[in-house]
Design a protein around this ligand. Structure first.
Ligand code: CO8
Length: 261
């Protein structure tokens, strides 16, 4: 594994990269340096055709227990706003990464950690995971999309309850709200996340990327325009070599070999 600041990155042969937040003693709390390093890594990943899917996970009892509270205690408003700008950029980078992302939530996903998971396309959680937005207990509020992305995912009512009480949710509840792809035993988490990632990585790369983009853009666009864009994208894919290969392979009853064009 390669070290990127306090993250460990491992790229597997099957097109899956795993980024592990490696700060167990602080339950994965994100320092400024860690957010910057994540941003640099994501900038590099965008154009890396060998990585088809990114899995994001943490270490021990912590996925990411939020921003590093100690680091921001007492800083000036200007420095705080500067940190907010940085996080906004990096969280957007993650949400808009062309490759699909899978959060493998091993433990506490609180504040910025929950928001990080909300920026991922699929979320698998172990039974030991906990989700929450505890900022209100600090006299603060979420600043990484917690009030916005969560409301779009599960609606205003439950989002308000979570934001205004700061309470923590267990995986069963998060699953019932539609936030989770799967819940696993702790020792099966990475295998399950890896399988999901590998399955996606084995599909035609252009179709996968466009599929992610269409869903996200569609949520942010009027219905008629979004439906038109969906058809235009399908039309474009129809003309790609991979679509010809996929259809031919089906008719010839053999596995398809996709090349990403
Ligand atoms: N920042 C810094 N250190 C942390 C954080 C954090 N977010 N979370 C945990 N740690 C550290 C603890 O200080 C402790 O360190 P040490 O061993 O040196 O004392 C270590 O991790 C282990 O934590 P605990 O001893 O508390 O472990 P417990 O099992 O008792 O509790 C909890 C686990 C419930 C996760 C608890 O640690 C907790 O409540 N953490 C804070 C969670 C939180 O509020 N996160 C949201 C942060 S707010 C945010 O993300 C956006 C705003 C940030 C701006 C801050 C401005 C000042």
């Amino acid at each position: 594994a390669e070290r990127v600041h306090e993250h460990l990155v491992e790229t597997r042969g099957d097109g899956v990269a795993v980024l592990r937040v490696d700060r167990e003693d602080a339950l994965g709390a994100l320092s400024r340096g860690m957010v910057e390093a994540l941003g640099r890594y994501l900038a590099r990943l965008r154009t890396d055709d060998d990585v088809r899917v990114l899995v994001l996970t943490g270490t021990g009892r912590g996925f990411v227990a939020g921003a590093d509270i100690g680091e921001y205690n007492g800083v000036s408003r200007t420095a705080f706003d500067d940190y907010q700008r940085l996080s906004r950029g990096v969280f957007d980078q993650l949400a808009q990464l062309p490759q699909p992302t899978v959060a493998a939530v091993n433990g506490y996903a609180l504040g910025g950690g929950f928001e990080l998971a909300l920026c991922c396309d699929l979320v698998v959680a172990s039974t030991g995971a906990r989700f929450g937005l505890p900022e209100v207990s600090l006299g603060l509020l979420p600043g990484g999309g917690g009030t916005v992305r969560l409301a779009r995912a599960i609606g205003a009512r439950t989002t308000k309850e979570l934001v205004l009480t700061g309470r923590r949710m267990k995986p069963a509840e998060a699953r019932d709200l539609g936030l989770l792809t799967a819940v696993t035993e702790p020792d099966e988490l990475m295998a399950r996340a890896g399988e999901l990632a590998a399955t996606i990585a084995a599909q035609a790369p252009l179709a996968v990327r466009e599929g992610k983009r269409l869903v996200d853009d569609g949520l942010d666009t009027g219905l008629a325009t979004a439906l038109t864009r969906e058809q235009q994208t399908l039309s474009w894919l129809y003309g790609t070599a991979d679509a010809q290969e996929g259809v031919a392979a089906f008719l010839e009853k053999r596995p398809a070999v996709f090349r990403g064009r």
